[in-house]
Design a protein around this ligand. Sequence first.
Ligand SMILES: [Zn+2]
Length: 152
Amino acid sequence: MKPSTQRIDEATGRYLPIIYPEELPHWEGLRARRLVLQRCNACHGTWFPIGPTCPHCLSPEFAWAQMSGRGVIHNYVVFHKAWTPWLEKRVPYAVIQVELDEGPRLTTNLLDCPVGEVGIGLRVVAAYEDITDGITLLQFKPDTEASGKRHV
Ligand SMILES: [Zn+2]
């Protein structure tokens, strides 16, 4: 996999993430259906977004580590307006902030769930959406193994 500065997929009109060289292990993990984030060698904390030092103890020593891919919706918003033509077929859709079981929070989308069933505390599990031949996005879907369990 290579870094990418392509902003829009010409085939679909969908916006694409910019992929920086220091992020490649994360993106390659997503391609392989694994959620890989940085884990500090000193304090063992994990974090997101990707950065050069541990935000917990400021150590620059880290390793890439596979996360469980499970977490809980910490916050969310439902979009009813399509801000780009590509989104017209997706509205209404939920943008969620997931707190991973390992601690980091990240902003993503919730798939396979009617927007009326989205809620804070809903258990979710990572889902992987191939959006181009080379880019896979991290998304989430309800964790059916944890259905009915809410962590608030
Ligand atoms: Zn640390």
